[in-house]
Design a protein around this ligand. Structure first.
Ligand SMILES: C=C(O[C@@H]1C=C(C(=O)O)C=C[C@H]1O)C(=O)O
Length: 429
């Protein structure tokens, strides 16, 4: 009898080498269940003007195409607000590797190097105020005004010592190697870092894949309780309703692009290190091969997983209820190449870091793009950005609110969602 052994992993360490090589300020990192991507420098930026974003991206990519050269790629983030500028660029150089989840070295731990207790943490809004906003939204939904809204809150972390964002990224990726991990400049002096479980849309091999999540429960260190939480989530009428609203919206946004659309009737579960989620994979066959990942992502965004239903009412409720700007949170982050293939994920479980006054200049050079290539060539000068002047980090977490929601449960859910970043930072609070 012959025994067939599985092919061994061809290059252990290839994906983690890219993770370890990431330098904040100059680089863009994006890890997914399919690929690991590390991009350096900025060859061209996607301009901010009145044309639709997919058109601007298409033009920038077409202009960078060189006969015989590599297929150009755009990498970066798009904010929640429709009129805010995106932070998308064609990098100077791009390195690809197989996914982190297939790299055996991803299991290596990352020691905590940043000061654990050096953070000052401020809730914006305070949990009590967030609960009041949830209660107010619930009252309006019970009166039939709208169906769903996602309300978020933030933690503002300040420290005289800049966080080691490269180490934060490594911890995020190593804790959830099957998810989507990213670190990209999100504006002058700012870096967006996070680990999202939610694929907005990907185009690969001529097919579209979306993976909306909605309906959540916290993980527990007690295995019996963890299983109970997951089982209860699968049966929760409130969460199944919340999930169905998102899947219906994703299906109807995808439908105009597709000849065929497939989605199972009932959600399954996905888990991260901190959360359980209800999940549905939607597959589509685009009728026009010229449809790019970003064409579809732009039509989908914002789904009711981060905004609500109807979208316009939910946007108004969010603007009136949240005492902060969402910035890149609840937008999308990812990449797309000149063929139209790409992966765009929902920007959640993330933080935006801002370098302190003394370190701001270096980070700005990195994020603004113009000087980024130079900083990269000089050996990643911007990697130290913020080290001199301390830093501010804004952590974001939101929860879908429906008529059956309870304020205390939504406070607990957002607190559990903050843990993704707090654990990566080594903050116990
Ligand atoms: C809005 C967030 O997460 C979204 C909301 C979810 C929910 O309400 O159950 C689940 C996953 C995400 O689609 C967030 O993490 O900030």
């Amino acid at each position: 009898m012959s025994v067939s052994l599985q092919e061994p992993f061809v290059s252990p360490g290839e994906a983690t080498a890219l993770l370890d090589a990431y330098r904040p300020g100059t680089d863009r990192f994006f890890g997914s269940p399919r690929h690991t991507l590390l991009a350096s420098g900025t060859a061209a930026e996607v301009p901010h003007d009145r044309r639709p974003l997919p058109e601007r991206v298409r033009d920038v990519l077409a202009a960078r195409r060189r006969p015989g050269g590599p297929v150009p790629v755009v990498v970066g983030s798009v904010p929640f607000a429709p009129d805010a500028p995106s932070a998308l660029a064609v990098p100077e150089s791009v390195r690809w590797a197989p996914p982190l989840r297939e790299d055996p070295l991803v299991a290596l731990p990352v020691p905590h190097t940043t000061a654990r207790d050096g953070w000052h943490v401020r809730e914006v809004p305070e949990a009590r105020e967030y609960g009041a906003a949830v209660a107010a939204a619930v009252a309006r939904m019970r009166a039939g005004e709208f169906a769903k809204v996602v309300l978020a809150r933030t933690l503002e972390l300040t420290s005289p010592n800049a966080p080691d964002l490269a180490a934060v990224l490594r911890r995020l990726a190593r804790r959830d190697p099957s998810g989507y991990t990213f670190a990209v400049p999100s504006g002058p002096g700012r870096t967006l870092v996070g680990a999202s479980p939610e694929l907005l849309v990907a185009r690969r091999c001529g097919r579209l894949v979306a993976n909306p999540l909605a309906g959540s429960a916290p993980r527990s260190e007690d295995p019996a309780e963890d299983v109970r939480n997951a089982a209860a989530l699968l049966e929760s009428r409130k969460d199944l309703h919340e999930h169905a609203v998102v899947v219906a919206a994703v299906r109807s946004a995808l439908a105009p692009f597709c000849t065929r659309l497939e989605a199972p009737d009932r959600p399954t579960l996905v888990r991260t290190a901190t959360m359980w989620h209800l999940s549905t994979t939607v597959l589509g066959e685009p009728d026009d091969p010229a449809t790019t990942a970003l064409d579809v992502a732009s039509a989908l965004h914002p789904t009711p997983a981060v905004c609500g239903t109807p979208t316009a009412t939910a946007r108004e409720v969010i603007a009136a209820s949240e005492p902060f700007e969402r910035g890149p949170y609840a937008g999308m982050v990812g990449w797309q190449d000149a063929s139209g293939d790409g992966e765009w994920v929902v920007t959640i479980r993330c933080a935006e870091a801002e370098a302190g006054a003394a370190g701001g200049g270096a980070a700005e050079a990195g994020a603004a793009g113009g000087g980024a290539a130079e900083a990269g060539a000089a050996g990643g000068g911007a990697a130290e950005a913020g080290a001199a002047g301390g830093a501010r980090l804004r952590l974001f977490a939101g929860a879908g609110i429906v008529a059956a929601s309870r304020p205390d449960a939504e406070i607990a859910e957002t607190a559990a969602k903050f843990r993704t970043l707090l654990d990566a930072l080594g903050v116990r609070a």
